[in-house]
Design a protein around this ligand. Structure first.
Ligand SMILES: *[C@@H]1O[C@H](CO)[C@@H](O)[C@H](O)[C@H]1NC(C)=O
Ligand SMILES: *[C@@H]1O[C@H](CO)[C@@H](O)[C@H](O)[C@H]1NC(C)=O
Ligand SMILES: *[C@@H]1O[C@H](CO)[C@@H](O)[C@H](O)[C@H]1NC(C)=O
Ligand SMILES: *[C@@H]1O[C@H](CO)[C@@H](O)[C@H](O)[C@H]1NC(C)=O
Ligand SMILES: *[C@@H]1O[C@H](CO)[C@@H](O)[C@H](O)[C@H]1NC(C)=O
Ligand SMILES: *[C@@H]1O[C@H](CO)[C@@H](O)[C@H](O)[C@H]1NC(C)=O
Ligand SMILES: *[C@@H]1O[C@H](CO)[C@@H](O)[C@H](O)[C@H]1NC(C)=O
Ligand SMILES: *[C@@H]1O[C@H](CO)[C@@H](O)[C@H](O)[C@H]1NC(C)=O
Length: 393
């Protein structure tokens, strides 16, 4: 009797120990659906969970938190991830190449170290009833998500949302982006994304590409650079923006007719407006005083004024395919407001060329676009712009 009890107790201890042991591993490699069970009853998983290609079901019934990473890669037979009680993942929550994953349910998840979700072509929505409010970096690429509902971060390092063909709304309460904000290539069949960031105050770098609208009413400071490329909005307003550390650029926004940044005073690097073929009138910068780099404008401008300019440390390039009276800009050169040696102001051009080589053409007047490659490549725009500023000084 006694021995039997001891034996049972030992057995019980052993299985608890084994279970705890599974929960406390530095790294748990999950190779099969059976392996998932080893973790399912842990309350907290102390280390990383790495899930292999053959797993088809991933349910962590009792787990409330993962202190390390959760990485699931190339599990092409996996349809659902179900983590009913998980409240935090302190490490990287990485999902890549999960071709039939259609359910990502983590209703209690509030805090994630970083999110990296790439190539999830069947994922159309997130089941998050609580919203994720903390994450250092977020990358969501190549999914079928229609919205980012369930993510509600205030401060984030990098926030990169690209190539999500069904994404129609990016509506977030973001306040500060301490590294880069990139919203690019989220479009399909003439439909693209509407970006609404009502509380965004500061960003280090930002690129908006292929958006149907961008609303950033509270943005007041860009530490480095901001660029708007190939968007389809007609109007863009930056009502609260006062300073940009490096460059600001609007390039190839084919429907843009109105830009305004009524209180923008300082741009540390290049101020560029290029190849926005419908933008005939530029008068939305009444307070712009200082440009630390070059002013670079190429397009179809009929009227353009930068009436408060006091100091341009780089050169000045203004080219338009329309008739244009250069008197205002020539005065700026004569008065040495423009300090760089390069000065161009030319109207009636066949091809209006910007300094980084990207050309702006209208109607039948076609440039060969040799400079465009620099703009199309990821991140190429900012580099090209920055190089243009240096070359131009
Ligand atoms: C965002 O940045 C501003 C200025 O640095 C700061 O006042 C504000 O508290 C920050 N917001 C958050 C949520 O960190
Ligand atoms: C921000 O842009 C600058 C160039 O303007 C670049 O040097 C820097 O690496 C970028 N930072 C991030 C986090 O992308
Ligand atoms: C504009 O920016 C200032 C800080 O410079 C801030 O106090 C104000 O609330 C902002 N306005 C809007 C509409 O966000
Ligand atoms: C100019 O913008 C148009 C879109 O309006 C685009 O198709 C073309 O490639 C752009 N050209 C260059 C040189 O960037
Ligand atoms: C351009 O946009 C600004 C801000 O939205 C607006 O105040 C202004 O009236 C617009 N200009 C034209 C010509 O539509
Ligand atoms: C440009 O300015 C002239 C003279 O101020 C004005 O007659 C014309 O309508 C303006 N053109 C545009 C496109 O605003
Ligand atoms: C494009 O323009 C550049 C500079 O004018 C020229 O050297 C090049 O040969 C042109 N390429 C084509 C394909 O027309
Ligand atoms: C703009 O989009 C068009 C059509 O998708 C593409 O061909 C072109 O290369 C893009 N241009 C830039 C500067 O990204």
């Amino acid at each position: 009797m006694f021995f039997r009890k001891v034996a049972l107790a030992t057995l019980a201890c052993a299985s608890i120990a084994q279970a705890q042991n599974a929960c406390n591993q530095k790294t748990t490699n999950i190779q099969s659906d059976g392996d998932v069970q080893k973790l399912a009853s842990c309350s907290t998983v102390k280390g990383d969970i790495i899930v292999g290609e053959d797993v088809t079901q991933f349910q962590l019934a009792e787990v409330q938190g993962i202190e390390g990473d959760l990485v699931i890669e190339k599990a092409t037979g996996l349809t659902s991830i179900d983590m009913p009680k998980v409240r935090f993942i302190n490490g990287n929550f990485k999902l890549t190449g999960l071709t039939i994953l259609n359910t990502l349910s983590a209703p209690q998840l509030g805090k994630v170290g970083s999110i990296e979700w790439v190539t999830l072509p069947a994922l159309q929505s997130l089941t998050f009833t609580r919203t994720v409010t903390e994450a250092d970096d977020v990358l969501i690429s190549d999914t079928q998500l229609g919205s980012l509902e369930g993510l509600n971060l205030k401060t984030v390092g990098t926030f990169d949302i690209n190539n999500n063909k069904q994404l129609r709304n990016v509506d977030l309460q973001l306040q500060n982006v301490t590294k880069a904000l990139r919203i690019e290539f989220n479009k399909f069949g003439g439909k693209s994304v509407q970006v609404n960031l009502p509380n965004l105050e500061t960003v280090q770098n930002a690129t908006f590409r292929d958006a149907q609208s961008v609303s950033v009413p509270s943005l007041y400071r860009v530490d480095n650079s901001i660029a708007f490329v190939n968007n389809t909005f007609e109007s863009l307003s930056l009502p609260n923006l006062t300073d940009v550390g490096e460059s600001i650029a609007w390039v190839s926004n084919s429907k843009l007719t109105n830009i305004s940044a009524p209180i923008l005073e300082d741009v540390g690097g290049t101020f560029q407006i290029a190849n926005n073929t419908k933008l005939t009138n530029v008068d939305g910068f009444p307070e712009l005083k200082t440009v630390g780099g070059a002013v670079d404008m190429a397009g179809t401008f009929e009227n353009a004024t930068l009436s408060s300019l006091e100091d341009v440390r780089g050169g000045f390039n203004f080219q338009t395919t329309s008739k244009f009276d250069c008197a205002e800009f020539e005065t700026l050169k004569d008065d040495q407001v423009i300090k760089g040696d390069d000065f161009v102001c030319a109207g009636d051009k066949d091809v209006a060329e910007s300094k980084d080589g990207s050309t702006s053409t209208v109607g039948g007047k076609n440039g060969n676009g040799s400079g465009a490659a620099g703009l199309v490549v990821n991140g190429g725009l900012l580099v090209a712009t920055f190089m243009a500023a240096v070359a131009f000084l």
